[in-house]
Design a protein around this ligand. Structure first.
Ligand SMILES: *[C@@H]1O[C@H](CO)[C@@H](O)[C@H](O)[C@H]1NC(C)=O
Length: 321
């Protein structure tokens, strides 16, 4: 027994020593494992990045949770009605206006073309605008069309188009729906503050308009918080001596008054009055923009571009301008 145990011990000792030597030799060997190390480090970094992203996401969600959609009061929608017609500067004007409107919450843009059909230019522009919109068209009847040689005041443009938008609102919204309707031509300049002023309109809200009617500013005159008259260069005694850009109408009031529309045969300067007379009296107007002392919208007009050299160069039909 003793001898055998001794043998077993010797064998065990030899095997152990051999193993140990082999292990020591391996330690000494240079190991080419930098590739594995790099891969490992990269994996670690990627994991850290993903973790940081998830933490950011979590923080954002937590931040939103505090004032999330559930707790935020829904905004009153604003329906902006814009009549438009084909001309050289049309796309530039519509791009400019659309990019102002993108900043306004709860906005729906109703664009009405003076054309026998919706044009591809306006269709594409609206589809790419990022705005909620409705695209309509109606052609102004020939007897009401303004000729190129007519002075701009002879016939107001956009009357049929604005009435078409009113018709759409009557067919697609209920008098119980909240909303404010504003008629915004595509050439004016609008401050974002204007839209927040008009959002609280209960019947008809009014405010000043800059650079219009041959004066620096046309505006409702306000005394004790009420409109008592108008500062206007031309016939300030009109029932409502207001520019189209100078008022907004509450949607429920508009829809509750089916006869309220723009009269295509209204006398010069009386187009706005033709709509408003059906809706309110002077003392019901709600003055905005600090009792009508701030200008937040301007009549600007883009110069008609001169195209003298265009014919020399020949047509460039595949480029939309
Ligand atoms: C407008 O005028 C009325 C009466 O003078 C005043 O009570 C009110 O605070 C004014 N509103 C603003 C926004 O200045």
């Amino acid at each position: 027994m003793r001898v055998r145990l001794k043998n077993v011990f010797v064998v065990y000792f030899l095997v152990s020593v051999t193993g140990l030597l082999y292990a020591l030799m391996q330690l000494g060997q240079p190991c080419d494992c930098s590739a594995q190390l790099r891969a490992g480090a990269e994996l670690g970094r990627a994991r850290d990045q993903r973790l940081a992203q998830l933490q950011d996401e979590l923080r954002r969600l937590q931040a939103r949770g505090g004032r999330g959609p559930a707790t935020e009061a829904p905004v009153t929608p604003i329906y902006v009605v814009t009549p438009t017609y084909t001309r050289l500067v049309q796309k530039a004007e519509l791009v400019r206006l659309s990019q102002t409107l993108l900043h306004v919450k709860g906005l729906h843009w109703i664009v009405v073309e003076d054309a026998p059909a919706r044009t591809p230019l306006v269709s594409t522009l609206l589809a790419q605008s990022g705005l909620s919109f409705t695209h309509l068209h109606v052609e102004t009847p020939p007897e009401l069309q303004r000729q190129e040689s007519d002075p701009t005041w002879l016939r107001p443009r956009g009357v049929e188009q604005r009435n078409r938008a009113l018709q759409w609102l009557r067919e697609n919204r209920q008098p119980s729906d909240p909303g404010v309707v504003y008629f915004a031509d595509d050439d004016n300049t609008y401050s974002l503050r204007l839209f927040e002023e008009m959002r609280s309109t209960r019947r008809v809200a009014v405010w000043p308009v800059g650079l219009v009617g041959g004066v620096r500013v046309e505006r409702p005159l306000v005394e004790g918080g009420r409109v008592v008259g108008f500062r206007a260069g031309w016939r300030p005694t009109r029932p409502f001596a207001l520019d189209m850009a100078g008022f907004a109408v509450a949607l429920p009031l508009l829809l509750a008054t089916p006869r309220a529309r723009f009269d295509p045969r209204a006398e010069r300067g009386f187009l706005e009055s033709s709509l408003l007379s059906a809706l309110v009296s002077l003392d019901q107007l709600e003055p905005k923009a600090d009792n009508c002392t701030k200008v937040l919208v301007w009549h600007t007009r883009t110069e008609k571009p001169k195209m003298k050299q265009e014919e020399l160069l020949g047509p460039e039909p595949n480029i939309e301008v």
